[in-house]
Design a protein around this ligand. Structure first.
Ligand SMILES: CC(C)(COP(=O)(O)OP(=O)(O)OC[C@H]1O[C@@H](n2cnc3c(N)ncnc32)[C@H](O)[C@@H]1OP(=O)(O)O)[C@@H](O)C(=O)NCCC(=O)NCCS
Length: 168
C-alpha cells in the first residue's frame, strides 16, 4: 500500500474506480476533474505498483474550521485489508494539519460497511437527509467527527501517523 497525493494524471483511473464502485450515482468526469483541481480539495490515492486501487477526498475551504469527507473508495478486490481506514486517516491527518475542528460526511443509509468504518474512527450520526441519493431513493446519514478528540486519541495509539509524504 502506497498513499500519495492525487494529481490530474490520476483522473482516468479514479473515474474507472468511481464508476465501478458507485454504479447508480457516480460523479461525472467533469465533476471529478474540478474536485482534483480545486484549491479547497485534497485527494489521496492508494497506488499499488502503478495501479490505482483507491482514492479519497477532503474539502476544506481555507481558514474554515469545518471540512467534509467528499468520497472514499477501495477497489472491490482490495477491500477488507485496512486500506480504506488508512486513506480515511490520511484525510483526517490532513484536516488536522489545516487546523480544522469538525469533519462532516454523508453516507448512504444502506451502506453498513462504510458506516462501521466511520463510527470506528469516532464519527457520530447527527441527522438524516431523506431520499437524498437518487435515483435509488435512499436516505443520507449525516455524520460528524470532533477532530481534536480524534487527533488526541490517535496520538496515543500504536498506528504510525502520515506526514503528507509518500507512505508505504
Ligand atoms: C467503505 C470502504 C472504503 C472501506 O474500505 P476497506 O478497505 O474495505 O475497509 P477496511 O479494511 O479499512 O476496514 C475498515 C472498517 O470498515 C468496516 N468493514 C470493512 N469491511 C467490512 C465488512 N465486509 N462488513 C462490515 N464491516 C466492514 C469495519 O468496521 C472495518 O474495521 P475492522 O477491520 O476493524 O473491523 C470500501 O468498502 C469501499 O470502497 N466501498 C465501496 C465504496 C463506498 O461505499 N464508499 C463509501 C462512500 S460514503
Amino acid at each position: 500500500m502506497t498513499l500519495r497525493a492525487a494529481t490530474a494524471d490520476d483522473l482516468a483511473a479514479i473515474m474507472a474506480l468511481e464508476r465501478a464502485s458507485f454504479p447508480t450515482d457516480a460523479w461525472s468526469e467533469a465533476m471529478m476533474r474540478e474536485e482534483l483541481a480545486s484549491p479547497h480539495g485534497w485527494y489521496v490515492v492508494d497506488d499499488e505498483a502503478g495501479r490505482l486501487v483507491g482514492y479519497a477526498g477532503l474539502r476544506t475551504v481555507k481558514n474554515a474550521k469545518d471540512a467534509d469527507v467528499q468520497t472514499i473508495t477501495i477497489a472491490e478486490a482490495a477491500r477488507g485489508r485496512g486500506r480504506g481506514r488508512a486513506m480515511l486517516r490520511a484525510l483526517l491527518d490532513e484536516a488536522s494539519r489545516r487546523e480544522v475542528s469538525d469533519v462532516f460526511l454523508e453516507v448512504r443509509a444502506d451502506n453498513p460497511v462504510a458506516q462501521a468504518l466511520y463510527v470506528s474512527e469516532g464519527f457520530l450520526e447527527i441527522g438524516r437527509k431523506p431520499r437524498y441519493y437518487q435515483p435509488d431513493d435512499v436516505d443520507a446519514v449525516v455524520m460528524k467527527l470532533d477532530l481534536r478528540g480524534w487527533a488526541a486519541r490517535d496520538a496515543d495509539g500504536p498506528e504510525p501517523r502520515w506526514d503528507g509524504g509518500v507512505c508505504t
